[in-house]
Design a protein around this ligand. Structure first.
Ligand code: ZN
Length: 450
């Protein structure tokens, strides 16, 4: 069919992105048969990345102009090869991305995706396919055990508008999780997890988080704007915070998590590690510069602030409401109109509140860390051994300040996150006295240690 007819039809179908998935696929494959591959060249290539039946042609087209592909398209190509389990090609593209400096900009982000070797045993639900790497069989089997529960939760919550298929792959790696939103295919790095109910629930709630990202796509397609390249940071600040805010509903810890994220935000905002506006202007830089700090939790605290100010319903409907604002033409305007204020002003108000309250006033004081000792101290740094009542993750549940109340960067020594017994490492500090904070959901602890 001619170009205009194709796009008119495409744009109508796209208003119900997931509901019309197979109709969209049919439209694209018919066009491919009738008009040939040339129709999908260059700026239209991305269309082919969305459907199982056109993935091979997508890869072929990318390869034919590989020198001209921008980083986003190369990442898309890598994730498509990984989805097709074509590891040789995935590895080749990964190498290209590394040479282009992607690893420098976003450390660990793509690690292991090109080496994913799926197990025989998988979870196959109505929508969700969950696989784990066969080299972590024991852990993988344990982690996918509750996937029927999480699938039930998302179907109850969003039903008809969910993607037809969603994929979750557990890989043997550490770091942020990349996802391919064209195929709703996400990679969770699980090397730092072990078999515990706490961790399984935490990971399952990650499915809610990713689902939010896919649904944003659905709502944006119904609306009148898409975030531009300049708006990507403020978009991420809002969307990661919202996705984390929403996952607490699966955990049934909505109010408890608020206390925790406000306390995290207190350490981040109070320490002036970066400009407040960097959260909305340089999201990726902040996120990758401060991998050991709770940046996602800080964004989540902001979503809770919006909930306090505008009510649960208004915040909850933030994405669903996009199609109702037909006259709003940009993401920035949408934020301003939906929350009746400039984002920056809201952020300032939030920061003031967090600092004034020293985190969250509803924190319940508790002896979270029950035992602490210096295990090693030399010119290279300090290693502390701790025992605690709850599973803790260095830099996220535990914060350490020197005698000048400067927040220190700390890391875990053990491979695993969320340990009730473990060690922390930090750079040397001049004074003998350090101040320790521990936060776990609604519980909080602060003490001087020397
Ligand atoms: Zn996310």
């Amino acid at each position: 069919m001619d170009e205009k007819k194709f796009w008119d039809r495409f744009n109508i179908l796209r208003k119900n992105l997931y509901g019309n998935h197979y109709e969209l696929e049919k439209l694209v494959t018919t066009q491919l048969e009738e008009e040939g591959i040339d129709f999908f060249k260059d700026s239209r290539m991305w269309l082919l990345a969305n459907f199982e039946s056109t993935l091979h042609i997508f890869c072929e087209l990318c390869e034919s102009s590989i020198k001209n592909l921008n980083q986003n398209m190369l990442v898309r190509l890598l994730l498509t090869y990984a989805h097709l389990n074509d590891l040789n090609n995935a590895k080749r593209i990964r190498k290209m991305l590394r040479e282009e400096g992607v690893d420098k900009e976003r450390p660990t982000w793509l690690d292991g995706v090109d080496d994913f070797q799926p197990s025989e045993n998988i979870f196959q639900g109505k929508i969700i396919t969950a696989k784990y790497d066969k080299r972590i069989e024991d852990l993988g089997q344990f982690l996918i055990k509750d996937f029927d529960k999480i699938e039930e939760f998302i179907i109850q919550e969003w039903g008809e508008i969910l993607p037809k298929k969603m994929y979750f792959n557990f890989i043997d790696g550490v770091g942020p999780s990349p996802f391919n939103n064209a195929l709703c295919d996400a990679y969770f790095k699980v090397s730092h997890f072990y078999k515990s109910k706490f961790i399984r629930d935490y990971l399952s709630s990650g499915v809610v988080h990713e689902t939010i990202h896919y649904l944003e796509n659905y709502y944006l397609n119904k609306g009148a704007f898409r975030p531009t390249q300049n708006e990507v940071s403020s978009y991420k600040f809002i969307d990661e915070g919202y996705a984390e805010w929403k996952r607490t509903e699966y955990l049934k810890k909505h109010s408890e998590y608020k206390v925790y994220t406000d306390n995290c935000a207190y350490h981040i905002l109070g320490s002036n590690l970066f400009e407040l506006t960097d959260l909305k202007d340089k999201w990726f830089k902040v996120m990758f510069d401060f991998l050991n700090f709770p940046i996602y939790e800080t964004a989540t605290s902001f979503t809770y602030f919006l909930e306090d100010k505008f009510g649960y319903k208004h915040v909850n409907r933030f994405w669903d409401a996009i199609p109702d604002y037909k006259n709003v033409k940009t993401w920035t305007d949408y934020l301003k109109i939906y929350f009746k204020t400039d984002l920056e002003d809201l952020m300032l108000e939030w920061k003031e509140k967090i600092l004034k309250n020293k985190g969250n006033q509803e924190s319940i004081t508790e002896k979270i860390i029950t035992y602490l000792k210096v295990e090693k101290r030399d010119e290279k740094g300090i290693i502390l051994y701790y025992r605690s009542k709850y599973p803790l993750w260095a830099g996220h549940n535990i914060f350490i300040y020197d005698d000048k109340m400067k927040l220190q960067s700390i890391d875990k020594v053990e491979k695993y996150r969320f340990l009730k017994e473990g060690r922390l490492k930090m750079n040397p500090v001049k004074s003998d006295k350090i101040t320790i904070f521990a936060h776990f959901f609604q519980y909080s602890q602060q003490f001087l240690f020397s």
